[in-house]
Ligand binder design. Structure first.
Ligand code: WQD
Length: 344
């Protein structure tokens, strides 16, 4: 079987992607230093796929340790690189932590791809590379505005690093620009486990609804949008995961015409913060305790994807709607509470 190395394999997107890869015939190994994740999440993935997943607890910023993975796995034919810090607010407070970690780990994994002749590379990028777009929906050709945070800057720089690297060697690459990944696997065996107080909207909603947080704030309802709150393109985590399998198939089948190919991964539908809250209340039956607060610095007013390229070239069709995203996120939050109560 084709063996794939998933970096950040114990993370939210990583673990869901591992499940989809294995269910589509790939052999997978993970590398994750668990600085922002727990290898325990792999147990849920192993239950879904019925096989063990090996995780190398290695910091990709250590090149020697990273090379060991490739020396021990000569049959790796592709890399999906998720491993990075991704808290927008933290990146503003500690930019050098983000530049060092996110860019050093990327450079090291690309050095290994070169040294060990790995032919295929998928890079976890983000819609944050568009900044505050002047025209929406955004296509892959929409000009990038200045990043709104050091986190976004590491994604813009990461894309440049991949683009320039593949010009100089045989590596074939794809950049996947995620919009807002939310929700959990239908099995309820894997999902998002935020570290500390969640910065993202959907975990803030579910943790408030379950009482883990006393309340939450809607960061601004005075934007020039249909109800004053920001617009985002929320995409189910399983749709994001499956796009990675399709991207690898695309590279292995040598269907790419440019290198790297770039794809937007969003539903193409934009929803406001208040619309997401109302969808959550409708699907969960829980009235959410929230207040309206000031705008959050760095927030983009509105962004959602033109996803025609991924649909037409990858054959990627998002399968889940907003209600599915809300109900799966809520079921996962209920599961986490149940597990926590059993571990007392
Ligand atoms: C969404 C909206 C907030 C929390 C994320 C990731 C980033 C990237 C893109 C992948 C905003 C509002 C939030 C809260 C709120 N993903 N909000 N109250 O900022 O779009 O960025 O997706 O690379 O990694 O961070 O997502 O969920 O933080 O915010 O009102 O308690 O919800 O102001 O308008 P964002 P988010």
């Amino acid at each position: 079987m084709n063996k794939i190395l998933v970096t950040g394999g114990c993370g939210y997107i990583g673990v869901h992607t591992i499940v989809d890869l294995v269910q589509n015939g790939y052999d997978v190994i993970s590398v994750d230093n668990n600085s922002r994740s727990s290898a325990a999440i792999l147990a849920g993935a192993e239950q879904i796929i019925g096989k063990k997943i090996k995780n190398y607890t290695v910091d990709l910023c250590n090149l020697i340790d990273t090379e060991t993975i490739f020396a021990e796995n000569k049959d790796i034919i592709g890399i999906i690189h998720f491993a990075a810090y991704k808290a927008v607010g933290e990146s503003v407070e500690n930019p050098l932590l983000y530049f060092e970690n996110n860019l050093t780990s990327l450079v090291n994994i690309l050095k290994c791809a070169e040294k060990f002749n790995i032919p295929n590379f998928v890079f976890s990028s983000s819609c944050t590379v568009y900044g505050n777009p002047e025209v929406i929906p955004v296509t892959e050709e929409t000009p990038q505005q200045p990043a709104e945070s050091p986190y976004g800057a590491t994604k813009q720089m990461g894309e440049v690093i991949v683009i320039d690297t593949v010009k100089s060697n045989q590596l074939q690459a794809i950049l996947l620009r995620y919009f807002n990944p939310v929700g959990a696997h239908p099995s309820n065996l894997i999902g998002e486990i935020p570290m500390g107080k969640p910065a993202n909207l959907v975990p803030a909603i579910t943790q408030t609804a379950i009482g883990k947080l006393p309340t939450m704030q809607v960061w601004g309802t005075d934007y020039p949008t249909r109800d004053g709150s920001c617009v985002r393109d929320y995409i189910h985590i399983c749709d994001i995961a499956h796009a990675h399998t399709l991207a690898l198939n695309f590279l292995i089948d040598k269907k790419n015409t440019v290198n790297p190919e770039i794809f937007n991964l969003g539903t193409g539908d934009g929803y406001t913060v208040l619309e997401v809250i109302h969808a959550f209340e409708k699907t969960s039956g829980v009235k959410l305790n929230y207040t309206v607060g000031p705008r959050r610095p760095g927030d983009v007013v509105a962004i959602y994807a033109n996803n025609n390229k991924a649909k037409n070239e990858l054959g990627w069709i998002p399968a889940y709607n907003l209600d599915d995203m809300m109900s799966s996120a809520w079921n996962w939050e209920l599961k986490l509470k149940n597990v926590a109560s059993q571990n007392i």
